[in-house]
Design a protein around this ligand. Sequence first.
Ligand code: PEP
Ligand code: MG
Length: 757
Amino acid sequence: MADASIASAREILTGLHEVMASRTSAQAKLNKVVNIVAEAMHSEVCSIYLLRDGLLELYATVGLNQSAVHVTKLAHGEGLVGTIAKNVEVLNLAEAASHPEFAYRPETGEETFHSFAGVPIIRQERAVGVLAVQHADPRAYDDLEIEALQTVAMVLSELIANAGLIDRRAKAGEADRDAGMARLKGLKLVVGMARGTAVYHQPRILIEHTVAEDIEAERHRVYSAFRKMREQIDTMTTQAEFGTAGEHHEVLETYKMFAYDEGWSRRINESIDQGLTAEAAIERVRQRMKRRMAEIDDPLLAERMHDLDDLSNRLLRIVSGQLGTAAQAGLPPDAILIARNLGPAELLEYDRRKLKGVILQEGSLTAHVTIVARAMGVPVIGRVADARQAISEGDTVLLDGDEAVAFVRPTPAIEEAFNAKLAAGQKRRAAFAALRDVPPITADGTRITVMVNAGLRDDAAALTAVGADGIGLFRTEFQFLVSATLPRRESQQRLYRSVLEAADGKPVVFRTVDVGGDKQLPYLHGLEEGEENPALGWRALRLALDRSTLMRAQSRALLEAAAGRELRVMFPMISEPWEFDEAKRLVEEQRAWLAARGKKLPSTVLYGAMMEVPALAETLDILLPKIDFLSIGTNDLTQFLFAADRANPKLAERYDWLSPAILRFLRRIVRACDEAGVAVGVCGEMGGRTLECMALIGIGLRRFSITPAAVGPIKAMIRSLNLGGAAELMDRMLERPPDNLRAALSEWAAEQNVSLS
Ligand code: PEP
Ligand code: MG
């Protein structure tokens, strides 16, 4: 049978070519196709089901009762045919009736057939129908037979599109078929709510023609597409900006290996020989690889096959001329971006005013793209594996980042509920916006300093938009994370200057580069080896002191940018006081260098340390006299105090910031700073939460640097809080902590009418 199918592959395509060219009706063409396939494959049955009004309708058959045509209809997901369409996958069964999804339809008379093979008819990655063959004998079909069916399905897809037979409701993954709505659950990456139109980062490729008119011309097209793709990959690998080491490089090397893989190009050429167009041939080989991929159990190998799939897409794009991402094409006014994954730079290419939300098939909490999206204020949900199947371009999507769900093609009821939640949020935000020019003073008259965390050039604008006292943490590493190469000193300087200008005299605290750990830079040597415990590893100041050229360049950029103004510099992850001395020495060295050359210097330079490593708390008596301010990075500090990885979702809810351990620890630090007369603040996420911030004020903190979106709620909380009462409460609570400190604090806040929204 296999030999017969090899020999007949060409025969089938020749037959299909004639069918496509004939001037008969679509129905007549479909009738012809089932005959051609049944004959070539010696199968008793061949049937075509097409989606119509959301149901898979038997459109043409040989072997089943003709009276069943246009009568037998299966729901999406029902029976073998429905399962193929729903999962967009092949079924190859020696005994059809033993499959759990088998649904017997008496009108078809199919009980006499044992074996069954079906393939989806795909249009833009979605099943619009199913092509199936059946044999009387129980037998499994071999790979070549399945491939022949997939090729026919590809041609059928073109045929039914030309005939206008594509069902408008042909949407796979419809969880709720009646309403057409899908509810997708993912991983919470960036909170927030958004409503918009789905846009694919890389639009689906549409294969217009499947049967070749001129085989030589197709071969030539594939040949030049390969050449172009290889050139692209070569340029990428040799470009100095990508460096010559690291994970990134390894990926590119794998790409290169595949791009030059003879077997791959040979298989594509073989398909062209059989009469397919370049696009159809690439797609056919890709489908074969995808089938293999599904069978691979080794995650490493599967990952490699993913790379090959990516390359197939690249090749398809080149050959079909469908290039570029949605960023280049331009977004509709409210866009929800759908992507497998994104790099931070790719995300930054999008128009921030139009991009309302992102849904990723992959993605993780610490991915750079997540950090950048958070800074951009764009809600993101990740790990939505079937996003591309369930969402079509142009679909309305309601994205609820707070719950990590997305509603696709929402029902009116869902839309109403979502709008109500959105409106409540907007109302709250409007109320908070009204606090923009109102100072954060407690009900009993203490002025609290509320600054914002920032990292991107545009963030400085948020400072005035929310009415904050300054930038309490400028994460300079963002610029490093979004660059393909180490940012040059000049471009660092330009960024710092523009931030200082936008801050318009309000203080800005620049934190020196905090990379390593969860923030990897592909171009920085030494990071590529991989560490057992990256959070405890060679990161932040540890790395910066070892790579002092980097630190020197950044120091110079900061000093130059702040010429004539006040400069505040802060060092991350200090574990012992000497690290601060060493870091300060490097900056001072640059100051002296500039002074010796008569350059304009900052009017003052203030030095700060971040309190993130618990060990530092034991040497505050040594550290405090040396520094101008201390900033507590609760994100890192609490992960070290609890020995709980901040990026591990399994631990995310396990330990509470509102624990006696953390609050007592922080109180000790605050008291030590107060005694030494050193300004102390909190710049971790903890300070941006109302109840947590209330507790922090209660233990003596007066300075906060928080995410801009939290400024309104925090100001409202502060203005409703009696500081004396909070201090008394915290003394009591930490003296004899209740079992549930959070609950006790919430209760007190409710009694005192403290605004916690
Ligand atoms: C922190 O650790 O609390 C902090 C503010 O720094 P980052 O989140 O950038 O590590
Ligand atoms: Mg930190």
